[in-house]
Structure formats: structure tokens, C-alpha cells
Design a protein around this ligand. Structure first.
Ligand SMILES: Cc1cc2nc3c(=O)[nH]c(=O)nc-3n(C[C@H](O)[C@H](O)[C@H](O)COP(=O)(O)OP(=O)(O)OC[C@H]3O[C@@H](n4cnc5c(N)ncnc54)[C@H](O)[C@@H]3O)c2cc1C
Ligand SMILES: Cc1cc2nc3c(=O)[nH]c(=O)nc-3n(C[C@H](O)[C@H](O)[C@H](O)COP(=O)(O)O)c2cc1C
Ligand code: SF4
Length: 648
């Protein structure tokens, strides 16, 4: 078979273990951890799906090696805990039986132990330990580890590595990056020790080397040990790439695979997990440079979701392995689609951070574009329906497309009608914003998947009660979405006004000075786009904060970008739109003209209630989904769409 991406598909042998291709699954942790630290069954199913999807290695995340000094909410592996070893063994089995290599990440959070603890847990008196004493940004006092404690932690790494091997894991990843304990020893930001663990580079690497020696002693020769290293800490006060290269050379003799990541969780979140404002693969340069200085194979990662780009990375020798995290949440079957030349079917990650925000907010897993994530135990197979039905879907936004695709996979005859000339719903508008282009592309992918599953798509076709009567479907899925809110502000119907959903059609008509009315997520992103084009843009918001509807991970990164490009007017209520700007009442009760020749109205959305009400009673089975039911997010639309398709 001639493979479209041959280099990604070549097996690689690391230590004595052969991996089926070059696409590995990163640690993705933080959920379904039992109270005693055991790996919960949902997590086992989650990792199994990654293996089924074709990844060559699947890394189970963050097993904390030393609970006495690290009370993080993470997995533990401890033979004194009933079930601990069994849960790990079932997890390794679940990965191995699909041909992937199970790997376990061993970690210690050091000073960041329990970062997500509530005040109640903090009061329980858990201590934070690091290379040196300091006060954390949130006020928590951190103590310096004694040499006895260091010895204990090193021994724990070895002990837990031995247990991993016993459980059937065939590779160990030592987490030495992202600002966790080993990184804290490497870093001039955190390590101010004056003994043999501080000062010179060799001394700052001593802890890592001792850990690696203990792990090797436990797992024996030929067993692959991987080291996760931030190639640079990416802040001036941290170590840079030159020092990253020297650290890599210090640890190289003790490892089989060097995994080059970037930055720290606390200080460079949007680089460590490249946000939508960064280039795809923006951290590859770190691996490529370090690879020139070491002989062990090198892995790279960070915002990778395009097979062509990943193929080039391997083909050009920038790295030997590519890791993916979020790309495999969005589509666990990405590696299989690559090996089977079906890459056009890949559902790409949007880098929207719903996954990480949910983890922080509710300790669950969720992905905007993949409704199965976090629910793998409920069954990831779409099974054929016993009775085949005729299903009509009204609306071709993300919700309608996902519902249609799901129903068609169950064997139903599905017709999707979209009243406009193109599917995508609100996502059509994202084509104007380069940082959200993956969101625009999503609709095209869902459309392709739906059509390949047999969905008939009828464009320029509005679903009305009469239309439903004529088609006489057994089931109707109402996915007609929402429309923009345009309040009765004088002048908002003027020629200088563009309504948010139409922005993409009129980008070129926007003057060099513009006002965006409405500082929610949608308004912020349009203002940012205008600012990035060099326009003078002013963002007007009546509340005292921007983008409260953005998730907790995306919001700070968005606000950082807004700071660079946009003038913000909070506590400003629009009174009148004029040809030269928007007259507002400011927080002091005074009137002020916010100047701008074009005004973009981004004041929110409301469900298309009239259309919904007209369609509620026209078929035996009717389900309203997505924004038509409640204005929300793509996550809701896709999730409800999936279940509507399953419930028909
Ligand atoms: C500017 C903007 C930015 C956003 N950014 C994000 C984001 O970053 N992340 C996120 O998660 N969410 C975001 N959202 C919200 C998200 O886009 C919506 O929640 C999502 O698109 C809802 O999907 P849907 O399929 O329910 O409806 P829609 O996307 O609105 O699609 C409904 C479709 O139905 C069609 N239609 C309407 N009536 C009929 C009819 N009678 N017959 C046939 N077709 C009909 C419409 O033409 C439309 O194509 C954003 C919203 C806006 C306005
Ligand atoms: C939901 C989620 C959970 C993560 N959990 C861990 C973890 O437990 N341990 C870890 O080392 N990295 C973790 N990461 C970071 C990823 O392993 C990876 O380094 C990062 O997401 C960048 O890769 P990507 O752009 O391919 O997602 C997590 C990332 C995500 C999105
Ligand atoms: S939630 Fe968003 S960022 Fe996370 S994997 Fe899914 S699409 Fe990517």
C-alpha cells in the first residue's frame, strides 16, 4: 500500500520495544481518579480508546510517586492500596490489546502540589516542597526538601517504576518539564540551593540523574525510559534553549527517548499548550535544535494536528516521534486515519481549551468536537438501529450536522436541510478569523463525514411545517440555531453597522477605525481580529469585565491578546450609534462619544423560538438541539446532536 504519510507510519524501536508508528499519545490526566488514587474505570476506557485509534504509545498520566510530599489529586501506585496494582494492570492490558505500547508518566509536583486544592483541603495542612523555600504566587509557603527527603523521593521513583513494569507497562515517562519538581531542580527560577543539588548545571541535574538511575535499576536494561523536558522555560528568568541543550546532554546517558516540550504550566500556559493564537507546532524548533546535540531519539509536540506538518517533521529529521494531546481528544482515530489514507476525515482540535477548563472546573473530561470524551464507558460504538427510519434535520450548524451524521451511521435515511447556501451555521463566520480557522473547517469535516455516512444534504432549503408535512419523516431534529440580538438602540440599523454573524462577509468594508459593541467572547474576538490588521479598534462593554462567557483557560489568553491590540471601554452603555461613533453613558454617568466609522454589533444571540415553536408538533419524534434549545456553545450543540441521533 502506498501511504500518503509514509514517515509517520514507519515503526520505531526504542530500547527493546518496537512501536508501530511515530504517532504517540501524550499524558492527558486529572480525571476519574478514585479517592484512594486508583485509576478509575472511566480512565481505563479513555486510554483504551486512544489505543484503538491507532496511537503507537499511550501514556497514562501523572502517577504521583511520593504522596507524603505530594498531595496532588493524581493517580498513585502503591501495593498497600487495595486495587491499585489491579487498576494499573487492567489499564495497561486495555492499551496493549489494541497493539499500542502502554506507558506510565511518573511525576512529582513539588511546590505546585495541590494547586487546585480548595481552601478546605489546604487547611488539612498539606505541605509544599521544592528545591528551595519560597512563597508561591497564591501565598502558600513552600519548604526546601532535605537531603533525606530527596533520597526518599528518588527511591519512590524507582519503586513505583518497578510496580509499573509489574502491571504491564512497557515504557516509563519521567516528567521533568512544565515546572514540576524535577524542572524546579533544573531551573534557576526555583533552585537556589547551595549544596550538591544547586548552583552549577551539573548539580541542578543531579536529582534528575538520581531519579533516572533509580528507575533504570528497577526496570532493567532495554526497558524504554522517556524523559519529558521543557526545552526552554520560555521566560527570561528561567533557563533558555542553550541551557535546555546542556540539560539534555546531562541526562542523555540515562534515557532512551527525549521528549521535548516547552515552558511551565504556571507561567507559559498558552505556550506549553499552544493556544489558538500560536502557530501549530510552535515548539518544534526546540526539539529540532536539541536533536542536533543528542544521539537518543527525540519527540516533539505542541498544537500538532495536521498530518502533512507532522510528516514533514519526521521526514526532515526535526524529530523522530510526534506526540499529540488535544488532537487525540478531538479525534482518537487520527493515527488510524493517517495510516489508512483517510486524513480528510480527521476532526481537528480547535485549541479552544474546553477540555482543560472542564478539568479545572469540574475534574471531568469533555471535548468540544467529540461528544464521547469522558463517556467512553457508555460505549463508543454507534450501533445500527433495529428499525430504520426517515429522519429530517432542520439546520446545518454543528448541532444539525452531528445529529445527521450520527443518525446516518445508525442506518437511518437522513435528509439535512439548510436554509443558506452553505452548511456551518455560526461557524461560517469563523473563516474571517485566522486564529479560529479550525473552527470554520470543522463544519466542512462534519459535512464530509455525514455525506460519507449517507446523509443527503439539501442547501437553500428552509424547513417549514409544510415542508415537514410533505416529507413526512418519522423523526425531526430541530437544529435551527439562534439569531443575533439587535436591541432598539437608535442608529443600530444604520449603514455603518455590521451585525456580528455577517462580519465575515464584510471584513473588507470595515473602516480603519471601528467600534465593536459588546465585549462577550464574539465581540472580543472580532475586535482582536481588527486590531491584528492594524486598525484602530475600540471595544465597548456595559459590564465591568470582558468575555465572561469564555472558558477559564481561553479567557486569560484572549485578554492578553486584547491588551496588545484593542482599546477597551468597560462600564460603557451604548445610547446611540452615529456615523462617527457610538454615544455611550460611562460609569460616572457622563455621556462620551467612542469614535469609529464602522460599528460591529456583537450584543448576543437568541434562540429562533418562532421557528422552533412552529416545528414542535409536526412529526412523531421531535427533538430540539443546540442554540435552538438554549443559546450556548459548540460543545452543547454537538453533544445534544450526537444524542438526538442516537435516540431516534
Ligand atoms: C460570533 C460567535 C462566535 C462564537 N464562538 C464560539 C466559540 O469560540 N466556541 C464555542 O463553543 N461557541 C462559540 N459560539 C457559539 C456557537 O457558535 C453556537 O453555540 C453553535 O454554532 C450552535 O450550533 P447550532 O448547530 O445549534 O446552531 P447554528 O450554528 O446557529 O446553526 C443553525 C443553522 O440552521 C439554519 N437554519 C435556521 N432556520 C432554518 C430552517 N427553518 N430550515 C433550515 N435551516 C435553518 C441556519 O441557517 C444555520 O445554518 C459563537 C457564537 C457566535 C455568534
Ligand atoms: C486535558 C489535558 C490534560 C493534561 N494532563 C497532563 C498530565 O496529566 N500530565 C502531563 O504531563 N501533561 C498533561 N497535559 C499536557 C499534554 O500532555 C501536552 O503536553 C499539551 O497538551 C501539549 O500538547 P497538544 O498541543 O498536543 O495538546 C494535559 C493536556 C490536556 C489538554
Ligand atoms: S476541547 Fe477544544 S482544545 Fe480540547 S481537545 Fe477538544 S477541540 Fe481541542
Amino acid at each position: 500500500m502506498i501511504r500518503r504519510y509514509p514517515n509517520l507510519c514507519i515503526p520505531i524501536t526504542i530500547g527493546r520495544v518496537t512501536f508501530r508508528n511515530r504517532m504517540f499519545s501524550t499524558p492527558l490526566g486529572g480525571t476519574d481518579i478514585m479517592n484512594d488514587g486508583c485509576i478509575g474505570p472511566k480512565s481505563t476506557a479513555f486510554y483504551e480508546l486512544r489505543a484503538k485509534g491507532g496511537a503507537a504509545a499511550v501514556t497514562v498520566s501523572e502517577c504521583m510517586v511520593h504522596p507524603a510530599t505530594d498531595g496532588s489529586h493524581a493517580y498513585h501506585l502503591d501495593e498497600s492500596i487495595l486495587n491499585s496494582l489491579a487498576c494499573a494492570t487492567y489499564t495497561a492490558d486495555a492499551i496493549r490489546r489494541h497493539g499500542a505500547i502502554p506507558s506510565m508518566e511518573l511525576s512529582h509536583s513539588g511546590m505546585y502540589a495541590g494547586t487546585y486544592m480548595t481552601d478546605k483541603t489546604k487547611q488539612k495542612g498539606l505541605n509544599q516542597w521544592s528545591a528551595s523555600a519560597c512563597t508561591r504566587a497564591d501565598g502558600v509557603e513552600v519548604k526546601a526538601l532535605t537531603k533525606d527527603m530527596i533520597r526518599d523521593i528518588v527511591a519512590a521513583y524507582g519503586h513505583v517504576a518497578g510496580l509499573c513494569k509489574r502491571a504491564g507497562f512497557e515504557m516509563i515517562m519521567i516528567h521533568g518539564g512544565h515546572g514540576w519538581l524535577i524542572n524546579q531542580f533544573f531551573s534557576p527560577m526555583f533552585n537556589h540551593r547551595e549544596d550538591e543539588y544547586g548552583g552549577s548545571l551539573e548539580n541542578r541535574c543531579r536529582f534528575a540523574v538520581e531519579v533516572l538511575k533509580a528507575v533504570r535499576a528497577a526496570v532493567g536494561p532495554g526497558f524504554p525510559i522517556e524523559f519529558r523536558l521543557s526545552g526552554s522555560e520560555c521566560v527570561p528568568e528561567g533557563y533558555d534553549l542553550d541551557e535546555g541543550i546542556r540539560i539534555a546532554r546531562q541526562i542523555e546517558p540515562y534515557i532512551d527517548l527525549l521528549h521535548v516540550t516547552a515552558g511551565t504550566y504556571q507561567k507559559t500556559f498558552g505556550i506549553t499548550h499552544p493556544s489558538m493564537f500560536e502557530e501549530h507546532g510552535r515548539n518544534v524548533y526546540l526539539a529540532a535544535e536539541i536533536k542536533k546535540h543528542v544521539k537518543v531519539p527525540v519527540a516533539t509536540l505542541g498544537g500538532l494536528n495536521d498530518p502533512a506538518q507532522m510528516e514533514e517533521i519526521i521526514a526532515s529529521g526535526k524529530a523522530d516521534v510526534v506526540y499529540m494531546g488535544r488532537a487525540l481528544l478531538a479525534d482518537p482515530f487520527l493515527p488510524r486515519k493517517v495510516t489508512e489514507n483517510r486524513d480528510e476525515e480527521i476532526v481537528r482540535c480547535l485549541r479552544c481549551f474546553t477540555c482543560m477548563a472542564e478539568r479545572a472546573a469540574t475534574a471531568t473530561r469533555r471535548c468540544t468536537v467529540n461528544p464521547l470524551i469522558g463517556r467512553e464507558m457508555e460505549g463508543s460504538e454507534v450501533v445500527p438501529a433495529p428499525v430504520k427510519k426517515k429522519v429530517l434535520v432542520a439546520g446545518g450548524g454543528p448541532g444539525g450536522l452531528y445529529a445527521a451524521w450520527t443518525a446516518a451511521r445508525r442506518g437511518h435515511r437522513v435528509i439535512l436541510c439548510e436554509k443558506e447556501g452553505e452548511v456551518g451555521g455560526i461557524l461560517r463566520g469563523e473563516q474571517a478569523l485566522p486564529f479560529k480557522y479550525d473552527m470554520y473547517r470543522l463544519a466542512g469535516t462534519y459535512r464530509l463525514l455525514a455525506e460519507r455516512a449517507g446523509v443527503e444534504i439539501r442547501l437553500n432549503t428552509e424547513v417549514t411545517p409544510e415542508y415537514v408535512e410533505k416529507e413526512a419523516p418519522d423523526a425531526l431534529i430541530v437544529a435551527v440555531g439562534s439569531e443575533p440580538l439587535v436591541p432598539p438602540i437608535p442608529g443600530l440599523d444604520g449603514e455603518n453597522v455590521i451585525i456580528v454573524n455577517d462580519y465575515y462577509k464584510h471584513v473588507d468594508a470595515v473602516a480603519d477605525d471601528a467600534v465593536v459593541l459588546g465585549g462577550g467572547l464574539a465581540g472580543c474576538e472580532i475586535a482582536l481580529h481588527l486590531g491584528m490588521q492594524g486598525k484602530k479598534v475600540r471595544l465597548v462593554e456595559m459590564r465591568d469585565r470582558l468575555a465572561p462567557d469564555a472558558n477559564v483557560r481561553h479567557r486569560p489568553l484572549l485578554l492578553k491578546e486584547i491588551d496588545k491590540y484593542v482599546t477597551v471601554h468597560l462600564n460603557h452603555t451604548a445610547l446611540e450609534v452615529r456615523p462617527d461613533g457610538v454615544l455611550c453613558r460611562n460609569g460616572e454617568g457622563d455621556n462620551a462619544l467612542i469614535p469609529g466609522s464602522t460599528v460591529i454589533c456583537a450584543l448576543g444571540q437568541r434562540s429562533r423560538n418562532d421557528a422552533v415553536n412552529a416545528l414542535m408538533d409536526v412529526a412523531p419524534f421531535v427533538r430540539v438541539i443546540g442554540d435552538a434549545s438554549r443559546v450556548g456553545t459548540i460543545t452543547n450543540a454537538v453533544y445534544w446532536g450526537y444524542h438526538a441521533g442516537m435516540d431516534v
